[in-house]
Design a protein around this ligand. Structure first.
Ligand code: BGC
Length: 820
């Protein structure tokens, strides 16, 4: 009983804290202008992200068609999900009906539209509060007369269904979330019984169950995944409906027939921990290898209004690079469109089983007119096909391995239909890179993970093997690599940060002069969200957070969310959600959009965009999937790199998040993601690794969750061994907002911020202690330093160096912007 009361209290307190601290601020200032270039790129990205799942020719709507639009979402359009990633104040909102009203090509039925307008005006949706947002809006009840009348007047019906999701909770296997409500089902039944041609459109950020659509057979003309495409979403959709644009979006995650077919389904959403039993077999890697029949729409799928041929003209391996040349030809006669070409490989099984398909490269054509052809070259390094041996199965533990055998290449327009175009033979096992073990499963926590097992006929079947456990002596590793303190300077030396920028002083000399209090202040933000040191509504400020640091020229640096727009108290452009962006498969477009977005950051006073969201779509119920890109790490990494490159091209900074394995929202600050080192390296960390190598983000945010028993914000193996030592990352690492108190099990004299700084998670954001309830700063750092075997001066200085290296490249410093 006591325990029960305690947890009920905990829940209330948690909601209160989140509600108060993460709550959106009111709009300040009425500037609703948006740069036309930014609005236009938002529209193009939203358009290119729309995925046409099936079509019998109903789309595009014929010129002059009389269209009946059903579904209340026509007026209450979901432009994005909820939470920090959606809490943007867009300068305008366009509903589907507004957008359709702007096109002359079709006639929207007024009678039906007006019935919906009146009903929606009387039934304004309640948007709830933090973590209690609606997942859908109640549907308008339909009478048989209304549907029959519309069917008499119109040629085609468009039915729109809407779903939302948000941070801090999951979607659920219930009507109105993953499943259709009875009212929605009734609407679809009634419309498809009357109309010969029906288009179903799903306005969502997360994948929902779509198996019901199959039950309508030929009555269903077309099915469109419209996503949540930001403030220009409805315009984009109207363009696609009337054929002003041909859809060119492709699925970034597999849609399975039934939820329970997802390999994570039985190991998702537990409050305490999840065993990632599917291991590297995430998404299509699982379905294509073990369960092809469970797939409703395969990874990479998406139709066009035209048809294309993809002809492979060459497939060579030169100097360690696989190169595939293709000609893409628009074989249709009516529509200009873009095609996405996808290149997969199948690595041979050996002691390490491998998925039967892995995405290796992709490219999108320009607009191709009917009859037009474009040649593309897709390439990737042979070493990219290596698997990580975390168990020593190949005799090379903790190494990336190319197993001997034939590596087969496949090219096509989705994972299922991609055809074999060539192969490459590896004669002998090759160690591509020898690493040191990091982030393995905790001793005593091993579980069975999926493994591809060869059967007697040479086929592959699903088997199981135990995950290897951690063997590293972390205490020893840390003690062996503790940094020494910097040489002390003469007492009268005072350097300013500008002296470092001008080359008159080294960064080491600058750091060596800092007091313990200054070192402490650099390791945390300005105590709260909406810091007075930054633009109103900011997520937090770091860097020059005290007078004494500012006197030395350390400027305050302002962070804002991300990823769908700049979350401030004033208006800012609302971009398509992460999944919609990635569904475009157009890296150049996303980079261009991010670059224009970077310009908006400068106008609004944001120095660091807390974006992109780079977690993997492990399970379709994860509440934040809409913020993330894909189930595939290559696509995730390349999209993340596109955002970072674009933003940073303007001199402002990006902050990929949440590093790492933040794949569920349930109890997200306590949940332990238990996952093998192999799956971490090949799936959950890989996108970040690609993004860092390609785009060098200035900052990175850790995740809330634990990884194999250790919170990401304390995780030395994750942040020091893997991120910094093995990948060479030299930027700043910050926490996700606040952190969980804990003592370092290896070093009792370290706890909370001292434990964190030892891991080189440099900055606690926003800066106050746990949950923002205590407004003071966390004194653990200096208290620990004062103790025998506490945090060392060298470590405090190392973190200060990481922070200041970032401040030196941050926009306020490079432009000399002075903030009080
Ligand atoms: C989210 C982060 C976000 C931060 C600041 C946290 O709740 O997990 O993604 O950047 O808040 O708003």
């Amino acid at each position: 009983m006591k325990q029960h009361l305690k947890s009920a209290f905990g829940r209330i307190a948690h909601r209160f804290v989140n509600g108060v601290t993460q709550m959106s601020t009111d709009v300040v200032g009425g500037d609703t202008s948006v740069e036309p270039a930014l609005a236009s790129l938002c529209r193009q990205a939203a358009t290119e992200g729309i995925v046409l799942l099936r079509n019998d020719g109903t789309l595009p709507l014929a010129g002059g068609a009389r269209v009946a639009v059903f579904g209340r979402v026509q007026n209450n359009w979901f432009t994005v999900g909820y939470g920090s990633g959606g809490d943007v104040k867009p300068p305008y909102r366009v509903s589907l009906m507004d957008a359709l009203g702007e096109v002359d090509a079709v006639h929207v039925d007024d009678q039906l539209a007006s019935a919906y307008r009146v009903w929606c005006a009387d039934n304004v949706p309640d948007e709830g509060f933090w973590a209690h947002w609606p997942r859908h809006f109640e549907e308008m009840p339909l009478t048989a007369e209304l549907v029959a009348g519309a069917a008499e007047r119109c040629d085609v019906a468009v039915v729109v269904l809407g779903r939302a999701a948000g941070e801090d909770r999951e979607n659920v296997l219930e009507q109105g979330s993953y499943y259709l409500t009875d009212a929605e089902r009734h609407m679809c039944d009634a419309v498809m019984a009357r109309f010969e041609h029906t288009v179903l459109m799903v306005n969502t950020g997360n994948v929902m169950d779509l198996s019901w659509a199959e039950s309508y057979g030929d009555r269903l003309g077309a099915l469109v995944l419209a996503w949540q495409g930001g403030m220009e979403s409805a315009h984009a959709l109207a363009d696609v409906l009337v054929g002003a644009a041909s859809p060119s979006g492709r699925l970034t995650s597999t849609i399975a027939r039934r939820y329970k077919d997802y390999p994570s389904a039985r190991h998702f959403g537990d409050r305490n921990f999840s065993n990632y039993v599917e291991d590297v077999y995430v998404g299509y890697r699982y379905f294509e290898t073990f369960a092809p029949d469970a797939v409703l729409y395969p990874f990479g799928h998406g139709l066009s209004y035209t048809s294309f041929s993809i002809t492979t003209t060459a497939c060579d391996v030169v100097d360690g690079e696989v190169r595939v040349d293709v000609d893409v030809h628009n074989t249709g006669v009516h529509h200009t469109a873009r095609q996405v070409v996808q290149l997969y490989f199948n690595a041979p099984d050996g002691p390490l089983g491998t998925p039967s398909r892995v995405l290796a490269a992709f490219a999108k054509t320009a607009d191709l007119a009917p009859g037009e052809t474009q040649s593309l070259q897709l390439g990737f390094a042979v070493d990219q096909m290596a698997s990580y041996d975390d168990a020593g199965a190949t005799g090379h533990r903790s190494a990336w391995i190319l197993q001997p055998g034939s590596y087969e290449f496949f090219v096509g327009s989705d994972v299922r239909s991609a055809g074999r175009v060539g192969s490459y033979s590896v004669e002998e096992l090759r160690v591509v890179q020898q690493l040191e073990e990091a982030c393995a499963v905790e001793p005593g926590r091993r579980f069975d993970r999926m493994a591809a097992v060869r059967d007697a006929e040479g086929g592959t079947r699903l088997g199981w093997e135990a995950t290897p456990e951690r063997t590293v002596d972390l205490r020893r590793r840390i003690l062996d690599t503790l940094p020494s303190a910097l040489p002390a300077l003469a007492a009268d030396v005072v350097w300013r940060l500008q002296d470092v920028a001008d080359g008159n002083a080294s960064l080491e000399a600058f750091v060596a002069q800092l007091s313990l209090e200054e070192l402490e202040a650099l390791s945390r933000g300005d105590l709260r969200m909406n810091s007075p040191l930054g633009a109103p509504g900011n997520a937090g400020v770091l860097g020059g957070v005290t007078e004494s640091l500012r006197r030395k020229g350390v400027v305050p640096v302002t962070c804002t969310d991300g990823p769908s727009g700049i979350r401030l108290s004033e208006h800012a452009a609302l971009l398509p959600c992460g999944t919609a962006l990635a569904s475009s498969w157009n890296v150049d477009l996303i980079s261009e959009l991010a670059s224009e977005h970077g310009r908006e950051m400068i106008r609004k006073g944001s120095d660091v965009l807390l974006s992109p969201g780079m977690n993997i779509h492990r399970d379709p119920l994860c509440g934040r999937n809409f913020e993330y890109f894909s189930e595939d790490p290559l696509l995730t990494g390349r999209m993340g790199a596109a955002v970072v490159t674009g933003v940073q091209s303007q001199g402002v900074s990006a902050c990929p998040k949440h590093f790492a394995a933040n794949n569920q929202e349930t109890n997200r600050t306590k949940h332990d993601s238990r996952v093998s080192e192999r799956a971490l390296r090949e799936i959950y960390l890989r996108g970040f690794e690609i993004c860092i190598a390609e785009a060098a983000p200035h900052t990175i945010m850790t995740s809330y969750n634990k990884i194999n028993g250790v919170w990401a914000h304390y995780n030395h193996e994750l942040v020091t061994t893997i991120l910094r030592d093995q990948w060479g990352y030299d930027g700043l690492v910050m926490t996700d907002w606040w952190m969980q108190p804990s003592r370092d099990p290896n070093f009792p004299a370290l706890w909370d911020s001292a434990y964190r700084v030892r891991a080189q998670v440099d900055v606690l954001m926003p800066g106050s202690t746990i949950g923002g309830l205590r407004r003071g700063y966390d004194r653990s750092l200096l208290r620990s330093h004062a103790r025998p075997e506490g945090i060392t001066l060298g470590e405090l200085q190392r973190t200060a160096t990481n922070v200041l290296s970032f401040v030196l490249v941050s926009r306020p410093f490079t432009t000399g912007r002075v903030t009080a």
